[in-house]
Design a protein. Structure first.
Length: 259
């Protein structure tokens, strides 16, 4: 199924006993999912990101909240409900369309020019897998745009330009999602440490508290490297605090613009 064979057959253990099979035709798996940069940092490696699996994903990164109303359902109007029904009807109609897409000669010529020069687009090694597969992604998105416009099953130069524009807008922030993905633990957990300092009371935290919070993630040597890096960046300030356990290092956020 992963390689999208034309007509694969699959048998479950129960079906083998009963003699039944599953048949799939023209399989193409799609996945819509969500995650956080912190999970990508701790749950993936540089090999994962540059490999074949994640290279087939389009990562949409946003660092601002667009939901301004606590009860968005109160903003729904009759026009919104009518639009919803129109969209549902359109999707049902699209589901009935059959046939092969056709690319116009002009669109093909522009695609060839882009294809021959596409290697220059990748500016970040972590996105190498994505950009190496962008050639196929362009057509997948172009087909969706064509379907959203009419039933012609035609990809012309205007649709290709819309596709490139849409993907380029996404790519401007895509690498940010992997800002902490590295094999160096001091870089892997830097964003997490900074976030913990920002969320702490008065945006400051002691060294001992930080180590206790992260005892299963990194040790004191790794924390020292992270703190040195953040101090050199002029993002945090390091001082000291006297507690009942004695003198302790204190980390204080001084640049909220990086959060």
């Amino acid at each position: 199924m992963y390689t999208c064979p034309d007509a694969p057959e699959y048998r479950t253990k129960q079906q083998l006993q009963k003699g039944g099979i599953y048949k799939f035709k023209n399989v193409c798996i799609n996945l819509l999912a969500c995650s956080t940069p912190e999970w990508l940092t701790t749950g993936t490696t540089t090999d994962d990101i540059s490999g074949g699996f994640t290279g087939r994903f389009v990562y949409i990164y946003e660092d601002s909240i667009t939901r301004h109303s606590p009860f968005p359902e109160d903003l729904i109007t009759q026009a919104t409900l009518d639009l919803e029904q129109d969209l549902i009807a359109d999707l049902k109609h699209i589901k009935t369309l059959k046939g092969q897409f056709v690319i116009t000669d002009q669109a093909k010529a522009e695609y060839i020019l882009w294809y021959m020069d596409r290697q220059k687009e990748c500016k970040d090694e972590r996105l190498k897998g994505y950009f190496s597969r962008k050639r196929d992604l362009v057509f997948k998105v172009a087909m969706l745009i064509s379907l959203s416009e009419d039933d012609s099953l035609v990809i012309d130069e205007d649709i290709l330009k819309q596709t490139w524009k849409l993907l380029e807008e996404t790519e401007t922030k895509m690498a940010t999602a992997f800002s902490g993905v590295t094999d160096d633990p001091s870089m892997k957990y830097k964003d997490s440490v900074l976030s913990q300092i920002a969320r702490a009371p008065a945006q400051q935290i002691t060294r001992s508290d930080m180590l206790r919070k992260n005892w299963n993630r990194f040790d004191g040597m790794v924390l020292d490297r992270i703190i040195t890096n953040l101090v050199d960046m002029k993002v945090i300030q390091m001082g000291s605090k006297v507690t009942i356990r004695g003198k302790d290092a204190l980390y204080r956020l001084i640049d909220t613009g990086v959060i």
